[in-house]
Design a protein around this ligand. Structure first.
Ligand SMILES: O=C(CO)[C@H](O)[C@H](O)COP(=O)(O)O
Length: 219
C-alpha cells in the first residue's frame, strides 16, 4: 500500500515529462508541488528557470538553485504544474488550500498547458466537499461573506492567515458546486473579491492522478 506522500512523489516525477528543454516552468504551491520542485532539481541543467506562484515556492526553488523569474519579464510559459484540493472529471478544480489561489490563477492564465498533479483522494464527482477558498480585500469581508451566504455557502474566515497579496481568505463550506463555470464567475463578480479558488474557466489540460497501481493520465 503506497502512502499519500508516495503517490504525490509518483505524480511529481511523471510531471517532469511535460517540461520542455530550455523552458521556464510555471510552478504552483503546496505539498504535492514541493515534491515536484524537488524533482526539478534533478533536471535543473536542462531548464532556464521557473515562475513561481507563492513566496513559499520561490524560497524552495531558490534553495535548490533554480532561478526564479518575475512573470512580467517572461513572454512564454509552455507549462504550469500545480496541485489541487479537488478535481472533477471535466478537470475543473478547487484550489487555494494553501492560500496562493490568486497568483496561481495568474500564472495558470499565462501558461499554454496546465498540468495538475494529485493523489487519488482528490478526484471527485462533484466539487465542494473541500471548502472553497475566496481571496477578499479586508474591508469587504462582511459584505462578501453575506453575499456568499446568499448563494448558499457558509463562509468562514481563515484564522491567522494573510495572503502573499495582503488579503484575507473566506473558506466557503457546504456548497455543492454542480455548475463550476457559472459559480466561478458569480463569485468573482462580487465587489471586494480578488478571486475564488474555482479553476473552471481555466481548467487543467492534463491531470495526473497518483493511484495505487500507477499514475493515471487524463487529457
Ligand atoms: O491550491 C493550492 C495552494 O493554494 C494547492 O495546490 C492545493 O491546496 C493542494 O495542496 P497540497 O498539494 O498540499 O494538497
Amino acid at each position: 500500500m503506497l502512502t499519500q506522500d508516495q503517490l504525490k512523489l509518483a505524480v511529481a516525477k511523471k510531471a517532469l515529462e511535460y517540461v520542455p528543454d530550455e523552458s521556464i516552468v510555471g510552478v504552483g504551491t503546496g505539498s504535492t508541488v514541493n515534491f515536484f520542485i524537488d524533482q526539478l532539481a534533478t533536471i535543473k541543467g536542462r531548464i532556464k528557470g521557473a515562475v513561481s506562484s507563492s513566496e513559499a515556492s520561490t524560497a524552495r526553488l531558490k534553495a535548490i538553485g533554480i532561478p526564479v523569474y518575475d512573470l512580467n519579464t517572461v513572454d512564454e510559459l509552455p507549462v504550469y504544474v500545480d496541485g489541487a484540493d479537488e478535481v472533477n472529471h471535466y478537470l475543473h478544480m478547487i484550489k487555494g488550500g494553501g492560500g496562493a489561489l490568486t497568483r496561481e490563477k495568474i500564472v495558470a492564465a499565462v501558461a499554454q498547458q496546465f498540468v495538475c498533479i494529485v493523489d487519488e483522494a482528490k478526484y471527485v464527482d462533484v466539487l465542494g466537499g473541500f471548502p472553497l477558498p475566496v481571496e477578499v480585500i479586508p474591508m469587504a469581508r462582511s459584505y462578501v461573506a453575506r453575499e456568499l451566504f446568499r448563494m448558499g455557502g457558509h463562509p468562514e474566515l481563515r484564522p491567522d492567515f494573510i495572503t502573499d497579496n495582503g488579503n484575507i481568505i473566506l473558506d466557503v463550506h457546504r456548497m455543492s458546486i454542480t455548475q463550476p463555470v457559472d459559480v466561478e464567475s458569480r463569485i468573482n463578480q462580487i465587489a471586494g473579491v480578488v478571486t475564488c479558488g474555482l479553476f473552471a474557466q481555466r481548467r487543467a489540460d492534463v491531470l495526473l492522478i497518483g493511484r495505487q497501481d500507477g499514475v493515471e493520465v487524463k487529457e
